[in-house]
Each structure stands twice: as C-alpha cells, then as structure tokens.
Design a protein around this ligand. Structure first.
Ligand code: UT7
Length: 329
C-alpha cells in the first residue's frame, strides 16, 4: 500500500519586522496588551515589491533543494492561501511558473488557517490512490495586504510568510513513517465570525465596498477564541484515539499559531507539557495557512523532530474549518 511522506520542508519569512511598539504608533494599543492577550511580539511584513507567490517560491526552493529534487519532476502543486496574488488565476500557477515546474498541475485551496492540513488530506489521498507520486504542498500568506491597519482588533494579529513541503509516495511495507491520518472539518453556520466580505459575488468591488472597508479581514475575536479552545481539545483527543496513541507518545504538537492562550489551553486540557509544543507566534504572528508549515520547518531545522517521532498538527480558522494530521517522522 502507498503512503504519503513529507521528505523535506522549507520556509520563508520576509525581512521587514513590525514590532508591537511600532503598532502602538499606528492604533490605540500597547505592547503589554498584545503580549498578554495574544503572545505576539512581532510579525513579518512582505516588501512593497513582493507578492504571495514570491514568498511561496522562496519557501519552495528551500524544500526542493533539501529534497534533492528538480522542480520539473513535480507532478502537482497544491497551494493553501486566503491572500493570493489575484482572484484569478490560482497563485499556485504563478508559483509553478516561477519554479519552472512545467510538468505539474497546480491549484489553490482555501480553508483559511486550516488550509495546510486540508492540503495534507488531499496530497495524502492522491498518493494513496496512486495518482501522483511527487507533490509540492505550500501554505503562503500576505495577510498584510488584506489587513485593516486602522482596526486594532485585527491588525495586531496577522503576519506574512510561507512554508512548503515536498511529499512523496513511500511503500508502507518498507517504511512505517509518513502521514498516518488526517481529519478535516467545517461548519459554515459560523462563517460570519471570521471573513473578508468584499470583492466576491456578494459584495463585488465598488466605491461602497471600499468606503465600508469590506476588502479587509473581519473577525469577532472573542467568539472565535471560545470555539477554538473547545474544538481543538476534541481534535487532539480524536486524532490520538484514531491512531491508538497516548498523549505521552506525541513528541511534538505543532498548533496553528493564532494566540498563545489558545495554544496553552489546548496543551493543558490534553495534558501535554509546553516543552513538547512548538510556538513561534511571538516572532511570526498569525500567518493563517502558512503558520503550520513555517512552524514545522523551524522545528525540523532546530532538531526538535527526530526520525520515528510522532508529530501532531492541528489548526482552526475561518469557515469555520478545523483539522488535524498525525505524522510519523
Ligand atoms: O487564526 C484563525 C483563528 N483565530 C483565532 O483563533 C483568534 C481568536 N481570538 C483571539 O485570539 C482573541 O479573541 C483576540 C486576541 C483577538 C482578542 O482577545 P480577547 O481577550 O478575546 O479580547 P476582546 O476581543 O474580548 O476585547 C477585550 C478588550 C475590548 O475592550 P472593552 O470592550 O473591554 O473596553 C477591546 O476593544 O480589549 C480591547 N482590544 C484592544 N485593546 C488594546 C481589542 N484589541 C485591542 C488592542 N489593543 N489591539
């Protein structure tokens, strides 16, 4: 039986840093409030010249180089984003061109902050079916371009960045590592608590949508927070049960980096010590679909994941969507 395996990772953070103290000069906020309520100290912002596919490219070339594979050998590029270069075409197609991956099919998926794990479910199924053997999966966001820099409720939260993984087919008989399970969920009845309303068929771009600031991300933060904490605990417990594992078997939990209080609450509720939880939120902010692949790459390069380790990924975001993936490294 074929199984999908992540054979390499890569990530890219733009150079420009936006600190909490810089935000103090932009909106009515404080370093103290942001640090206490979110855990974020700074986030990265793309340069004026960069677009979402550029930073995806930077993360992807690292992952391809580490895998030792040529871009031409990719059969598929799946790109998770909510802040692509343009509505049409898919940002994955811009990335394909930049990489010279001329033999790959390429498309985007939108599952907001759960997008990378949704992508893992897709690439895993493609590999298991035998349809593709070598896939590039990317999470990339330029959220700064969709952030209302006058709204203190949201502008302190988001950051830009990209992460990528190369996924290949491996024979289950010869190797028991890989993507062991992926679970994805949605609840569209709560779509109003986190969205970007302008520019679609409901509110096509017009002077009104611009005047009403509908082209920026809106979030009812406190409502989102409460659902996230409840949902993420269940997600972790379910993933462990499904794979017959205990919390003590997990070498590293890599949660979506939205809020340190959500991350700590989930870890406490399931009984996982914080030493076994990956946190880079303080430096990156919330990078939506890019958050997990960036954190995964940083954990791998820091030597926090060793061969044979069980690694659990979990995310929660707009849709609402939530998802988990269990990997054996
Ligand atoms: O990634 C996708 C999923 N996203 C999430 O999971 C995010 C979930 N939500 C959160 O992380 C938190 O809800 C926030 C960090 C967004 C907000 O924290 P909170 O503890 O839920 O604050 P709140 O929204 O209940 O607001 C508390 C107070 C309000 O003032 P009043 O009404 O009590 O006077 C806000 O106006 O904090 C105020 N406030 C701020 N004050 C200073 C909101 N934003 C700021 C700010 N600086 N930036």
């Amino acid at each position: 039986m074929l199984k999908a395996k992540i054979i390499s990772t890569g990530s890219y953070l733009p150079q420009r840093r936006l600190t909490n103290s810089a935000l103090e000069r932009m909106v009515d906020t404080s370093d103290e409030w942001i640090t206490e309520r979110t855990g974020i100290k700074e986030r990265r912002i793309i340069s004026d010249e960069q677009v979402t596919s550029d930073i995806a490219y930077e993360a992807s070339i690292v992952a391809l180089e580490r895998a030792g594979v040529a871009a031409e050998s990719l059969e598929l590029i799946v790109l998770a984003t909510i802040s692509g270069d343009m509505p049409i075409p898919a940002t994955a197609c811009f990335l394909q061109k930049k990489l010279g991956a001329k033999n790959a099919a390429a498309f985007d998926i939108n599952a907001a902050c759960s997008g990378f794990i949704y992508g893992l479910s897709l690439v895993s199924a493609y590999v298991q079916s035998g349809m593709y053997k070598r896939i590039l999966l990317v999470g990339t966001e330029a959220l700064s371009r969709f952030t209302d820099w006058e709204d203190r409720n949201t502008c302190v939260l988001f950051g830009d960045g990209a992460g990528a993984v190369v996924v290949e087919a491996s024979d289950y008989g010869q190797c028991d590592s890989g993507i062991l399970s992926v679970d994805i969920h949605s609840d569209g009845s709560m779509s109003d608590i986190l969205n970007l309303p302008g520019g679609g068929s409901k509110f096509p771009a017009s002077n009104d949508t611009i005047n009403n600031r509908l082209h920026f991300i809106k979030m009812k933060g406190n409502e989102t927070f409460k659902v996230a904490v409840r949902t993420l605990e269940r997600l972790v417990v379910d993933a462990l049960e499904k794979n017959n594992l205990k919390v003590s078997d997990i070498a590293l939990l890599i949660p979506h980096q939205a809020n340190s209080r959500i991350i700590t609450a989930t870890a406490n509720r399931v009984g996982l010590p914080m030493e076994r939880v990956m946190v880079n939120l303080d430096r990156c902010g919330n990078t939506s679909a890019a958050s997990i692949p960036i954190a995964l790459d940083e954990a791998v390069t820091a030597g926090r994941i060793k061969q044979g380790d069980y690694v659990l990924l979990e995310a929660f975001g707009g849709g609402l969507t939530w998802a988990s993936a269990l990997l054996k490294w």
